[in-house]
Write a protein that binds this ligand. Sequence first.
Ligand code: HPA
Length: 274
Amino acid sequence: MRTVINKAVEFIEHRATQKKRLAIVLGSGLGGLVDLVENKVVIPYADIPGFPISSVASHAGELVLGQIAGAEVVLMAGRIHYYEAGDPAAMMVPLEVLWELGCRVLLLTNAAGSLHEDVPPASASLITDHINFSGLNPLIGDHRPPQFIDLGKAYDRQICDRIRLAAKTSGAELHEGVYVWISGPSFETPAEINMVRKLGGDLVGMSTVPEVILARKQGFRVGAISLVTNYGSGMRDEVLSHEHTMREAARGSKNMLLLFGALITDLHANPLDS
Ligand code: HPA
């Protein structure tokens, strides 16, 4: 495992030498953030030793390094999911590589279904906590200490506040809620949506939670934002599909880019308390 990480880090650092501070994982329909990156170095995952490649057609599968608003960033344009790999720890190598590249803050994005009428498609929602409804954990079988990870404040309080502030200063629409991870790749049934709403969920999706668990073990400070692409199954008379997700994500991407522009500018100007 170490040699895989070292090889990947060496490969990336050979192509981009800056110190990286801010890592961002881009979910479905969020690839537009790549356009904000200056002095871009783009590396296909396929070229990076040990990097898993997503089979989701809309995920570019590229690491993008450079600056946004003067801040050093590393973007993962695309991610691998549990439902592709059959392994909840599928994102372990990329996240450990980001850590070794010097990233200490990880911002995760995803497309999600909304469980509330007042959180419509194309809006953004800050993830304040999660429910792991998969029964899976990416740390099972990982005996490296620390073995038991506290998730009491998995979503960094200060980062959450900075995201709220960025929404205010940019005028971006931002809701908040608890994200429920269901493995996918099938969407939920209406009965499942009713159940997870009763359990305290506000958003539902197929990613992010295993990444948060892995990232907290690694030591990252984590923030996460959903781009709502649809109401949960059964809330509307519509057919859910990846095409539907991509269409609605495109509608919401302007709001997300506004939010991220303000957030990255602020994080660069006012570093987080240590
Ligand atoms: N369910 C699960 N994952 C999703 C959804 C959804 O409704 N929308 C986008 N990703």
